[in-house]
Design a protein around this ligand. Sequence first.
Ligand code: NMX
Ligand code: MLT
Length: 426
Amino acid sequence: MAKLQNRLAKLIPEWRQDIRTLVKKHGDKVISEVTVAQAYGGMRGVKGMVCDTSEVPPDKGLLIRGIPVGELTDKTPEDIFYLLCTGELPSARDRKALQEELASRARVPAYVWKVLEAMPANSHPMCMLDTAILAMERESKFRAAYDKGMKKEEYWKPTLEDALDLLARMPTIAAGVYRMRFKKGKRISPKPGLSLAENYARMLGIPDPDGEFADCMRLYLVLHSDHEGGNVSAHTCHLVGSALSDAYYAVSAGLNGLAGPLHGLANQECLKWILEVNKKFKGKPTPEDIRKYAWETLNSGKVIPGYGHAVLRVTDPRFIAFRAFGMKHFPDDPVMRTVNTVFEVVPGVLKEHGKAKNPWPNVDAGSGALLYHYGLKEFSYYTVLFSVSRAMGMLAQLVVNRAMGSPIERPKSVTTKWIKQQVGMK
Ligand code: NMX
Ligand code: MLT
């Protein structure tokens, strides 16, 4: 960690100076405006917050610190966390140092397992993960330092400590949740010397004779890591963190948002939908079968999971990367085949339906097919995998925001009466 902390200690004063100058010189320039429709429409498109870890141009998809995610598909989660925090890819030595740092922090306190064991056996895996994170709040180094008294310029340091502790423990907790919730037998402990993705794959206990599942997990953790600042989980984490609540409070709050079916839970919903299609059409749905099924879904008032996006207006590059992985390793898998046929058919159906602004697949449209292929079939677990990855983005954003001294977030709400007065309506 010394490397990451040292690098940040060097970069942060430069970033602070840069922003101070920007705000001093141009603080009164207008960068966005808000219409009545946006105020009632989930603030879609309103530019009112800053996130430097990543951005999502609607016509390109995710750029992590300016690098298209499609160019990062051979990287490790450790590389991505370093990149998110600093804006630089780590050298081999820096990556190793971070891996060792995380390994040294991976021990999960025993009381966390007791809390999880006390939960009802049918608790949702996301509720178990969030509860475990919140239970560990007493470990927060930020809160301890804040209680003692600390200068604002120092806030990012114990926040980074919390971030590393949390990141190191999340795969162990997440794998423990899987084995406990789905009765897979005893928990498997992390093995020193393995990377984060290798360890997570191993602790899940999925048979992996040639390391292909571990590689799939590596890709999975890279692709889900961050998606700029305004999505529900990142924004929630930022908002809660802006009150100087520590990383345990902020990340568990963000993940509670990820657990919604319009956000991260769409991956479980999506595989469920694909499996229903396969079941109904005996494993070989034709494009016409899928077209009809998609219309049935829409006509019953439901959304087609894995399609549409609040920001993107093209096929999600993360979907493209997952699909490429699946096509390379198992093009004839029946679930993968259906994912492909759905991709051929559903955008046309959504265009004809005429409601969704983006008819193209998002990250959740294909990820489940990969997990299912390797034998991770309990799809209510899929959002936990998403969480282990997305925690990297949320935590990097939290560290950067603490470093930049971001104030408490508090936008102004208005009443319908006020809006009516503004537009001259009685
Ligand atoms: N199927 C059916 N209808 C849709 C879909 C879809 N996949 N996507 C959007 N619409 C509808 C949407 O419900 C809305 O209808 P109404 O006017 O009746 O409220 C209308 O189209 C306009 O919505 P948009 O402005 O295109 O989308 P919005 O920005 O509001 O929402 C999502 C974005 C992602 C919530 C929406 O596309 C959706 O519900 N998709 C399916 C769920 C999903 O895949 N979520 C995962 C997103 C990625 N992630 O991991 O977080
Ligand atoms: C995503 O990864 O697609 C999201 O977090 C949803 C979003 O960006 O709105």
